[in-house]
Design a protein. Structure first.
Length: 63
């Protein structure tokens, strides 16, 4: 009870998917210099996504 369901337009979902895909391609070409730091920062992003409108620093909703 009290759970908020938010409508996310198809265009926003597609934008998020394309950004994720582009980052994966970029990371495959230019691997991060500090993989340990990257893993810990990704874990922090996942744990920070607790709010109804939680967004990462770049404005993309976490998946």
């Amino acid at each position: 009870m009290g759970e908020v369901v938010r409508f996310i337009p198809k265009s926003e979902r597609e934008r998020t998917r394309l950004i994720r895909e582009a980052r994966a391609i970029y990371d495959s070409i230019f691997p991060p210099a500090d993989p340990v730091h990257e893993q810990s920062s990704k874990a922090q992003v996942n744990h920070a996504a607790g709010g109804a409108d939680a967004r990462r620093r770049d404005g993309v909703l976490p998946s």
